[in-house]
Design a protein around this ligand. Structure first.
Ligand code: NOJ
Length: 556
């Protein structure tokens, strides 16, 4: 089947279903709720939806622990609701992609239940090891969420490997029966009409033979032996040639710790092209060291380096996935912008990434400038990753870190209106609503021409109309500035310039001088998007706090 790369002309929206919109009043978001909001997404200019897992799950990790890959959770409305959403999304020319989580399953999956009882062919579906004689664990690997990576199973009387939570046992991808299952899952959804997959920690699926001890890493021990493991390409090729190539679909790899050089091994369009795009983490590490729970001060230079490095290295060879938020990180306004200048900085951040080359993803609530959540007690948190961080610290200290780093901040209910529970549900929300919903909500932003929501609409619309955003050459200026991000995109006579301030202080910029663009380029009429209320004119100007200006000259 011809691979048309339709994703290059679309902006995607990520729905984290539990918190998007509750259609039946049980306090949990569902697909009936999504159905009500499809026109909202369309009006935003969205051309595709990525659904975080919708499958039946005990929710030890909010759906990333799957108990049945070929069904839709009853909580979310079941298969009937999904088919309706799929049909209605397609009618509106919106693609739909699913989350494929095959590094691990839930321990409540039938496969695991049979595997722990040694019922064939499931006996070797997971990574089991007998208890070593020295009384230690089978190796020294850490899990990402809950202590060490091994848990003893009383039923089978062996240890199983789990790189994430205890209730997320890792599949044994070296077993060809398991790979057959993966292909069946891919085919099941694609033949139903879904348009592709975002593949969860897919670079972890092949573990080094012998599962050796990791002598070096101080934390995340073992990762060198399972990230980009020995058979990864082989397995990906198998999935591609036997299933994915039969459909004009899109695949995205979630790839922790990946560099652009490494990414090209998978996404180079003239190479193996096992994936269309990669979710890299560098743009998420401008105020932390890999993990949000290891905070550092925000560094604009680090963020710009990540942006530019990916823009340059993939240029002409592969396609970027652009994002600033998802369900795994706190809100970007609180991380890289300013809650005090919430509206301004939300818009500035939007323009910072929306005009780069690639396919932008907008995470639910990002288009409203939703911010972090500050509950008064640890009991308010639900996330397994959060609740296992620094359990030995005093509560106050833990709470402070969670306020800053927890991914629950991105998981509070979507703020639809100033009504009770932010209009998310008529019941009791499963996770409490951020208190600021009376100020930040979609209904009010619909009425306000200058809202963050309408800024996103304009930015997405512009992006779609200007070919330079898809094709233009990227160049960065003021690289060493800790306050300003400036870049151009050029294609023939068409030029687009983005100048974004990441500070509360006034900053003087001289873009004409730096870029060599003529004075006329900076005429007010060429300022096609800004969060500034004053008339934008002149080739050198002083940026206000978190101001952004987008200039464009050429044919629209
Ligand atoms: C990455 C997912 O995005 C995250 O939410 C999840 O907890 C882990 N993988 C484990 O599946």
């Amino acid at each position: 089947m011809k691979h048309t790369r339709w994703y290059k002309d679309r902006v995607f929206y990520q729905i984290w279903p539990r918190s998007f919109c509750d259609g039946n009043g049980d306090g949990i978001g569902d697909l009936w709720g999504v159905l009500e909001k499809l026109d909202y997404l369309k009006s935003l200019g969205i051309g595709g939806i990525w659904f975080s897992p919708l499958y039946p799950s005990p929710n030890a990790d909010c759906g990333y622990d799957i108990a049945d890959y070929m069904d839709i959770s009853a909580e979310y409305g079941g298969m009937e609701a999904f088919e309706k959403v799929l049909e209605e999304a397609h009618k509106r020319d919106m693609k739909v992609i699913m989350d494929l989580v095959v590094n691990h399953t839930s321990d409540e999956h039938e496969w695991f239940q049979k595997s722990r009882r040694r019922i064939d062919p499931y006996t070797d579906y997971y990574i089991w090891r007998p208890a070593p004689e020295n009384g230690k664990l089978p190796n020294n690997w850490d899990s990402h969420f809950e202590g060490k990576a091994w848990t003893w199973d009383e039923v089978r009387q062996e240890y199983y490997l789990h790189l994430f939570a205890v209730k997320q046992p890792d599949l044994n991808m070296d077993n060809h029966f398991v790979r057959e299952e993966v292909k069946r899952i891919l085919d099941f959804w694609l033949s139903k009409g879904v348009d592709g997959f975002r593949e969860d920690v897919i670079t972890f699926i092949s573990k080094k033979e012998g599962l050796p001890n990791d002598p070096l890493m101080p934390s995340a021990r073992g990762i060198r032996y399972y990230n980009h493991g020995p058979h990864l390409h082989e397995y990906l090729q198998e999935f591609k040639h036997e299933v994915l190539d039969n459909y004009d679909c899109m695949t995205i790899a979630e790839a922790p710790l990946v560099s652009p050089e490494k990414a090209l091994e998978y996404v180079d369009e003239s190479g193996t092209n096992e994936f269309d795009m990669m979710i890299q983490f560098q743009c998420m590490c401008a105020n932390c060291l890999f993990l949000d729970f290891i905070p550092t001060p925000f560094s604009l230079r680090r963020l710009k380096h990540a942006f530019s490095n990916w823009q340059k290295k993939l240029n002409g060879r592969a396609w970027n996935l652009l994002y600033l938020e998802n369900h795994d990180h706190p809100r970007v306004v609180s991380r890289y912008g300013s809650e005090r200048f919430c509206v301004k900085s939300a818009k500035m951040l939007c323009a910072s990434y929306m005009f780069q080359q690639g396919t932008p993803f907008v995470y639910q609530g990002q288009e409203l400038g939703m911010t972090n959540w500050y509950p008064e007690s640890i009991d308010a948190y639900e996330d397994v990753q959060t609740l296992n961080q620094h359990t030995d610290w005093p509560e106050e200290k833990r709470l402070k870190l969670y306020h800053r780093a927890s991914r629950d901040s991105a998981r509070t209910p979507m703020q639809w209106s100033a009504e009770e529970n932010a209009g998310f549900t008529t019941g009791t929300p499963w996770l409490s609503v951020n208190e600021n919903y009376t100020e930040i909500n979609a209904a009010e932003q619909e009425q306000d021409q200058d809202s963050v929501l309408n800024f996103y609409r304009k930015a997405i619309d512009l992006r779609k109309r200007l070919s330079v955003v898809k094709n233009g050459e990227y160049r960065e200026y003021m690289k060493f500035s800790g306050k300003v991000y400036m870049y151009t995109r050029r294609e023939g006579r068409k030029t687009l310039l983005v100048v974004a301030s990441y500070t509360e202080k006034a900053v003087k910029v001289r873009p004409a001088l730096l870029t060599g663009l003529p004075e006329e380029f900076f005429d007010a009429k060429n300022c096609v998007l800004t969060n500034n209320s004053v008339n934008a004119n002149g080739a050198s100007f002083t940026m206000r706090p978190y101001e952004v200006r987008v200039y464009y000259s050429g044919n629209v």
